[in-house]
Write a protein that binds this ligand. Structure first.
Ligand SMILES: Nc1ncnc2c1ncn2[C@@H]1O[C@H](COP(=O)(O)OP(=O)(O)OP(=O)(O)O)[C@@H](O)[C@H]1O
Length: 222
């Protein structure tokens, strides 16, 4: 689904990672690990067209996304990608329902796409459609961000420390939902410092020290 070819990123004389070469397939959950500053977020940003690699290619459906023209880039961001960040990236002064509607808007309705009501049920926020996002707790806001992903149904989910600010139960729920989205056919890439999250992924890439992911040995997930 995403093929990474000989990918290198440097800032001036400093090379963060070099020669990355691997594929992330549909149904796979890949963890990016490594010490602070190793370049996990930078790699996610390159996959999400928020940054550019210094050299190499990132192919989606055989096309190098780093060479996309603006129209193809817009399509990729709108129809392929889903983001999950630690700071939720929600519209604070809008309702829960409005935040989810924005995610659905540009897309033609697809058969089988979960509704807002179904997505909120899935994240344990049934009946909270009309609440203002800024009145919700941090964990609840992260669940709204997850519900937004569920209604968007992206092909590739990029999650940057998605459990960083959450308690154990909420962190478990975030990983459960990301895993179930991967089972439904999307690819998921998670930058994380959390060993429990890493252990529930399929593969792990130690960013900055290796060029290819390895299988996660002690799987905790089903
Ligand atoms: N635009 C930029 N110009 C110069 N250096 C940058 C730029 N963006 C990021 N960096 C540097 O690249 C390095 C990697 O940053 P990045 O945020 O990708 O690391 P990380 O592994 O995600 O770290 P953390 O675990 O702390 O989130 C850092 O040293 C950062 O300062």
């Amino acid at each position: 689904m995403i093929e990474i070819e000989n990918l290198t990123k440097s800032f001036g004389p400093r090379t963060l990672w070099a020669g990355l070469a691997f594929t992330v397939t549909r149904g796979e959950v890949l963890a990016l690990t490594g010490p602070s500053g190793s370049g996990k977020s930078t790699l996610l940003n390159c996959l999400g067209l928020l940054d550019e690699p210094t050299s190499g290619a990132i192919r989606y459906e055989s096309q190098d996304i780093t060479r996309f023209r603006p129209r193809a880039a817009r399509h990729y961001r709108r129809d392929v990608l889903g983001y999950l960040f630690q700071n939720y990236a929600l519209i604070d002064n809008a309702t829960v329902a409005a935040n989810l509607t924005v995610a659905m808007k540009p897309r033609r309705a697809r058969k089988g796409t979960p509704t807002i009501v179904e997505a909120l049920e899935r994240v344990g926020l049934a009946g909270r459609e009309k609440e203002q996002v800024h009145r919700l707790s941090g964990g609840e806001q992260q669940r709204v961000a997850l519900a937004r992903l569920i209604v968007k149904q992206p092909a590739l989910v990029l999650a940057d420390e998605p459990t960083g600010a959450l308690d154990h139960d909420n962190a478990t729920m975030v990983v459960d939902i990301l895993r179930s989205m991967s089972k439904d056919g999307c690819a998921v890439v998670i930058a994380t410092h959390n060993d429990a999250v890493r252990d529930r992924c399929d593969t792990v890439l130690a960013v900055g020290s290796t060029t290819q992911p390895e299988p996660v040995k002690e799987r905790q997930h089903s």
